[in-house]
Design a protein around this ligand. Sequence first.
Ligand code: PMP
Length: 340
Amino acid sequence: MNYAENILGTIGNTPMVKMNALVKDLPCLVLAKYETFNPGNSVKDRMALQMVEDAEAAGVLKPGGTIIEGTSGNTGMGLALAAIIKGYKMICVISDKQSKEKMDILRAVGSEVVVCPTNVDPEDPRSYYSTSKRLAEETPNSWYVNQYDNPSNCKAHFNSTGPEIWDQTEGKVTHFVVGVGTGGTISGVGSYLKMKNPNVKVWGIDTYGSVFKKYKETGIFDENEIYPYITEGIGEDILPLNVNFSVIDGFTKVTDKDAAVYTRRLAKEEGMFLGNSAGSAIKGLLQLNEEGKFGPDDVVVVLFHDHGSRYVGKMFNDDWMRERGFLDQEYKVASDLIKN
Ligand code: PMP
């Protein structure tokens, strides 16, 4: 018989899928590391389990304890799965720009959800950073995860995602392209791939309204770069310790509109029903191609973080798109398809 001991045993070993329609004009092979096959439908299951197991080993998470985290949803889902199997309570602190689907999903797997305003400074007591810290101080026998600065986040990707990408490409990967939020995915995978082959190039996808690109290029943390944006899961107004800038060759920024339009194109043209940051990642990859970054022998791996079901009320909803002036490109896509 072949079975996992519990749902946590199904984390990782996700498929790699060749991209076709959206990259048909590119000179190189483009492969998608398809993370929605994890049980919580996102890559974050990997780091959630690693963080929980490392906290148990370090004695900071004790039997019957409460796990507390500020999370945009996916990390919360991974932590909630670990909490169920291992017998912990789970509280997720989430910002109000996150999709309602994400909040409902967290509640469905037994997590308590505390919602905070998005557009306040991280130091503001109402922010989700401050609220999660405060709850952790007030709740007895609790453990505050802090995925931004927790080294187990990056470690999970160094130990699992990176080696899987290396093995699935038989060591032929030349470029890795991925959205950056806490930085765990890019830093863990990037360090592993560069350890195996220092010539591998690692590109981060950033959003307008986030500090990463400017910081990488100038070393300056420029507060003028910070303003509200719609894209979920990537970009930050802080510099998390998990972003290891030394393994990142550069960033490209993708607009909210392009991210939304390309999330829809992935579904309609590749059959890849994915989350908002996947649209950013593939559009960013196309921008890098326009800058001449890829050649004919290259094997470019792009990682897709989460599943489209979390965004049915947003990018996949025509009214939501129309209200933001994002729909005109969809008509262009439709007419392009008719032309072809
Ligand atoms: N996309 C989505 C949907 C996410 O939830 C996250 C995590 N914030 C990311 C991308 C970025 O991944 P990381 O935190 O590892 O940089």
